[in-house]
Design a protein around this ligand. Structure first.
Ligand SMILES: [Fe+2]
Length: 253
């Protein structure tokens, strides 16, 4: 499949910027840096029609090229010209592959979620991510997230770790006990999210056209939530690891 002649500058500069920015992970659990969309990429983004909710994961371990797999899935988000879909796939794949290089890993899994506006996240769902795959004892795993468009992920911190963790346990219990009873689940879920929002303080907004790289699968994993989704949003998350780690994660999905 032919690639669009895009982002000479955007591609290499994002890679360089990322390599410098992750130095910050020696002392912080989260760093944020520019996505550096090129003019060609911005033109693609201006033409995307987002009409459907979609949520999918693709690794680079499959038989197909990452781009091909992304194009096949991204066709589902709306009635877009094939050139726009290919351009979007290139934007996602290039940043994901750059992140793999930035972190010096063998394999990647990219998650793309397109969301039409809804009110669920008007109250955040604060949480921290658990482990995605088997980690070495002292290994730290970082996830990169960014919005293609729409609001960025919210990040927070808590001064009441005990209460925060109690509430997360309540949330898991709600999923376990009430998943077959949506009305009760909804009431309980909203109650828990409101209480979490009291014990979590928001960090300053990462802003648009920014990627954030943050710690997951660790006792100090960064607290985060999807933002309120009042305008259409395309969100991308990338995890990188050894081929065995990414294969383990994909097998569990
Ligand atoms: Fe998460």
């Amino acid at each position: 499949m032919e690639r669009l002649p895009t982002k000479e500058g955007g591609h290499s500069t994002f890679l360089e910027k990322g390599k410098k920015s992750i130095e910050g992970l020696k002392t912080e659990n989260i760093v944020t840096f520019d996505l550096l969309f090129s003019d060609d990429e911005k033109e693609i983004l201006r033409h995307i029609k987002l009409e459907n909710n979609c949520n999918f994961d693709i690794s680079d371990l499959g038989e197909n090229e990452l781009i091909e797999s992304l194009v096949a899935k991204l066709e589902e988000i709306g009635k877009n010209e094939s050139e726009v879909v290919l351009g979007l796939a290139n934007i996602v794949a290039s940043r994901a592959q750059d992140f793999k290089e930035i972190m010096s890993k063998e394999a990647l899994c990219v998650t793309v979620r397109s969301t039409i506006p809804h009110s669920y996240n008007d109250v955040p769902r604060w949480h921290s991510d658990g482990t995605y795959f088997t980690q070495e004892d002292d290994e730290k795993v970082y996830k990169m997230v960014f919005p293609i468009f729409g609001a960025n992920t919210l990040f927070g911190e808590t001064l009441d770790k005990d209460r925060y963790e109690e509430l997360l346990v309540e949330s898991y219990k709600n999923d376990e006990i009430n998943s077959d009873n949506p009305e009760i689940w909804d009431v309980e879920d909203l109650k828990i999210r409101k209480e979490l929002d009291v014990v979590v303080q928001r960090l300053p907004d990462a802003g648009i056209e920014k990627a954030s790289v943050f710690l997951v699968g660790h006792e100090e994993a960064v607290i985060h939530s999807e933002p309120a989704i009042s305008i259409p949003r395309i969100f991308v998350a990338v995890l990188v690891g050894s081929k065995a780690q990414i294969a383990e994660m994909m097998a569990a999905r």
